[in-house]
Design a protein around this ligand. Structure first.
Ligand SMILES: [Zn+2]
Length: 178
């Protein structure tokens, strides 16, 4: 069984949001297009309390129950079976979707008999990378869909470097889903 995990595709990470990923919106259409090719589609969300140590490192973003934490309207979010909420504690960065606190992602994937995990979403060099590396360590056959992810690129090649590091750790990088 294969699953698509959409990481943190939330309004605050899109152009106009609190912590925008430049061109983050270009991944919405490709994600909508590929969703039907998976046995299961799930998502993670950054879901921070208003006060968190996390905001010493980052501008405030994705505060739980606020519009900035929502999926963009353009995303076919009704196809998402379950959303895993992370970064929910005051000292919790929650970069990896496996750090979700509302449910245990690892157990959930095991229960659904998922062997192949495909990862899309934002941002490539932060939460996508943390999630993919943890999935790989936990033994899932892990693929990152580079055309369905986007990077912050604080330094110009951060995204490229992250993709290269993931590849070297045994994660497959593809630019279309098949
Ligand atoms: Zn965050």
């Amino acid at each position: 069984m294969k699953a698509l995990l959409i990481v943190d595709l939330q309004k605050d990470f899109l152009p106009g949001g609190a912590l925008p990923v430049p061109e983050g919106d270009r991944i919405i259409k490709p994600i909508n297009k590929i969703m039907d090719q998976f046995d299961l589609v799930i998502a993670s969300k950054d879901w921070h309390p208003p006060k968190s140590r996390h905001f010493e490192k980052w501008p405030r973003h994705c505060i739980m129950e606020t519009p900035g934490a929502e999926f963009p309207e353009e995303l076919d979010s009704d196809k998402i079976k379950k959303t895993f909420l992370k970064g929910t504690g005051k000292k919790d960065d929650g970069y990896s979707a496996f750090d979700a606190t509302n449910a245990n992602l690892h157990k959930y994937l095991k229960k659904k008999k998922i062997e192949y995990l495909y990862i899309a979403g934002l941002a490539t060099e932060v939460c996508v990378k943390s999630t993919a590396e943890e999935a790989n360590r936990k033994g899932f056959d892990t693929t990152v869909i580079s055309t369905a992810t986007a990077g912050i690129n604080q330094k110009p090649d951060d995204e490229g470097k992250a993709l290269h590091e993931m590849f070297r750790s045994g994660i497959r990088i593809i630019d279309t889903h098949v």
